[in-house]
Design a protein around this ligand. Structure first.
Ligand code: HH2
Length: 269
């Protein structure tokens, strides 16, 4: 039987995220949005205060902390596990104090390696993602000899680092980082051969939600019109062994994965 899967709903508390920038920037709007995503079937809520879209600039620590910590605190009663989408130790520390038990670091502990020890100390879950370069540079002519084997080797190395810092292997999820230093072909190859990353033995998280490559394939300029395209990639990823799905649109994803999982005999959580 295929393993259970979970949906991670995206709560962006940012003025500039690529697909929903500014929509949930007001604290109360972000909190209401998070509650709605939990009701729709998100068992994890991923709260982020810094956009990592291509060419974006970093956000100062105090600003990011002020965006995410009150939202995490307020989402405590939803029943969903709370995740903080940050690469900063200071933000993660306060997010954990506010109730987060999952750290989603798109730099896989490369930005601040001490984040790994913090995650270990608190027994949190974490997601380690592959990214080529940084958000300011990653989409400038990304190149690989074989994108899947290079991403897989990178993730294996980062997981080994996390374990060496004391994080239990079952608390580590790996993510190929769709759109982070990848062309359209790279993204498709990673989805096509996702089973090679799954074979490392860690839960695999996939984040395609509303991303630009889907807009190019489906001819959808507006990210809000990329929901069906997103759902297609998540169904394919489930079939290849992914168990965590990071999405903006929880309700349609939940429906599609329930049907796909029943067909594949994978249970939702
Ligand atoms: N994608 C984004 C942000 N965080 N984390 C993981 N683990 N995997 C992803 O694919 C991923 C991520 C980008 O999406 P979004 O949060 O919607 O946009 P922005 O970074 O512009 O806020």
């Amino acid at each position: 039987m295929a393993p259970r899967y979970r949906i991670m709903g995206i709560v962006n508390v940012t003025p500039d995220s690529f697909s929903d920038g500014g929509e949930w920037f007001e604290r109360e709007a972000a909190i209401a949005h998070g509650r709605r995503l939990a009701e729709e079937g998100a068992s994890i809520l991923d709260v982020g205060g810094e956009s990592t879209r291509p060419y974006s600039d970093p956000v100062p620590l105090d600003e990011e902390r002020a965006r995410v910590v009150p939202v995490i605190e307020a989402l405590g009663g939803t029943g969903a596990q709370l995740s903080v989408d940050t690469m900063k130790l200071g933000v993660a520390r306060d997010a954990i104090a506010a109730g987060a038990t999952f750290v989603n670091d798109v730099t896989a502990f490369r930005h601040e390696p001490a984040l790994a020890a913090l995650v270990a100390e608190h027994g949190c879950d974490c997601c380690l993602m592959h990214m080529l370069g940084d958000p300011r540079t990653m989409q400038v002519d990304p190149r690989y000899d074989d994108v899947v084997s290079e991403v897989t080797a990178f993730l294996e190395g980062r997981a080994a680092f996390a374990v060496s810092e004391g994080i239990a292997p079952e608390r580590i999820a790996l993510d190929p980082g769709i759109g982070f230093g990848k062309t359209l072909e790279h993204n498709l190859e990673l989805l096509r051969r996702l089973d090679e990353i799954v074979a490392l033995g860690f839960p695999v998280l996939i984040g395609t939600s509303r991303k630009a490559f889907l807009g190019r394939l489906a001819g959808r300029e507006d990210p809000h019109d990329r929901v069906a395209a997103t759902v297609a990639t998540n169904v394919l990823a489930l079939e290849r062994g992914a168990t965590l799905f990071r999405v903006h649109d929880v309700a349609p994803t939940a429906d599609a994965l329930a049907v796909a999982a029943a067909t594949l005999r994978a249970d939702g959580a």
